[in-house]
Design a protein around this ligand. Structure first.
Ligand SMILES: [Zn+2]
Length: 227
C-alpha cells in the first residue's frame, strides 16, 4: 500500500490518498488499497457525506449484506450520531439479524434508514423484496438501493429458465445473479410503494469528484422515500 500513496485519487470512506486505486479482477483503478472499498461503496459514502441529515436524523439503520468498508464507517457514525445500527443477511454469519429479505419478521416501519446495495440481483422475487423494504421503512425515512445494472438497457433482462451458473454468468454477469437490471429499477421500486430519486454520480457529485473518488458513471443510487 505504501508505494501507492499519493494524491491523484482519494477514498472518501477511509480518507487515504493514492496514485491510483488498486485493480479488480476485471477492471483497473477500482479498489481502495486501504479499506477495500469498491467504486459503488465510495459513491454511497459520498452521498451520505453530501447529505449529512440522512444519518444525523436516523434513529435506527438496517444494513443488508454489510460491506466491510462501510460497516466500520457506519459503526463510527452510529456512535457519533446516536442511532442504532443493525446488520442483516440471509446468511447469519457475522450479522445481527438473519433475514430473508422477501419475508422479514419485522414490524412495519421498524427502521427509518435502510441500506440495501447489491442484494436484489440475487433475489428471485425482487418485487416481494422491494415491498418488504417499503414496509419496514418508517414514514419519512429512507431506503437506499443499489444494484448492478446495465444503464444502457431500458428494461431489465430476466429469464427464469436460465439457472446454470455459466449461463447466468453469460446472461446476468455473475453465477449467482438472477437478472440483469436496466433503467427500470426505479419503476420497480415505485411499484413497491416508494418515492424514488435517482442519483447519478456524474450529475450528483461532479466530474472532479467522480475522478478523485474513482466512481463509475453507471453506479446509480436509488434514494427511496416513504410517502
Ligand atoms: Zn478506503
Amino acid at each position: 500500500m505504501l508505494r501507492h500513496r499519493g494524491d491523484a485519487v482519494r477514498c472518501p470512506i477511509c480518507g487515504h490518498g493514492f496514485d491510483a486505486f488498486a485493480p479488480a479482477w476485471n477492471r483497473g483503478d477500482a479498489l481502495c488499497w486501504r479499506c477495500g472499498a469498491h467504486e459503488r461503496h465510495r459513491a454511497l459514502w459520498l452521498l451520505l457525506q453530501a447529505r449529512p441529515a440522512m444519518l444525523a436524523q436516523a434513529r435506527a439503520l438496517l444494513h443488508f449484506a454489510p460491506e466491510y468498508c462501510l460497516r466500520g464507517a457506519l459503526e463510527r457514525a452510529a456512535r457519533r450520531e446516536g442511532f442504532r445500527y443493525d446488520t442483516a443477511d440471509l446468511d447469519p454469519a457475522g450479522v445481527d439479524l438473519q433475514l430473508d429479505i422477501t419475508r422479514m419478521p419485522l414490524a412495519d416501519g421498524a427502521y427509518d434508514a435502510v441500506l440495501c446495495s447489491h442484494v436484489l440481483e440475487h433475489v428471485a422475487d425482487d418485487a416481494a423484496a422491494m415491498r418488504e423494504l417499503r414496509r419496514v421503512t418508517a414514514p419519512g425515512g429512507w431506503c437506499v438501493v443499489m444494484v448492478p445494472a446495465d444503464v444502457t438497457r431500458a428494461t431489465t433482462y430476466e429469464d427464469a429458465s436460465i439457472v446454470a451458473p455459466a449461463a447466468r454468468r453469460e446472461a446476468f454477469l455473475q453465477d449467482d445473479h438472477v437478472r440483469l437490471y436496466g433503467r427500470d429499477v426505479e419503476d420497480r421500486l415505485r411499484a413497491a410503494g416508494f418515492t424514488v430519486e435517482v442519483v447519478r454520480p456524474r450529475e450528483a457529485f461532479g466530474e472532479d469528484a467522480l475522478r478523485r473518488a474513482g466512481l463509475l458513471e453507471g453506479d446509480w443510487i436509488y434514494v427511496c422515500g416513504t410517502p
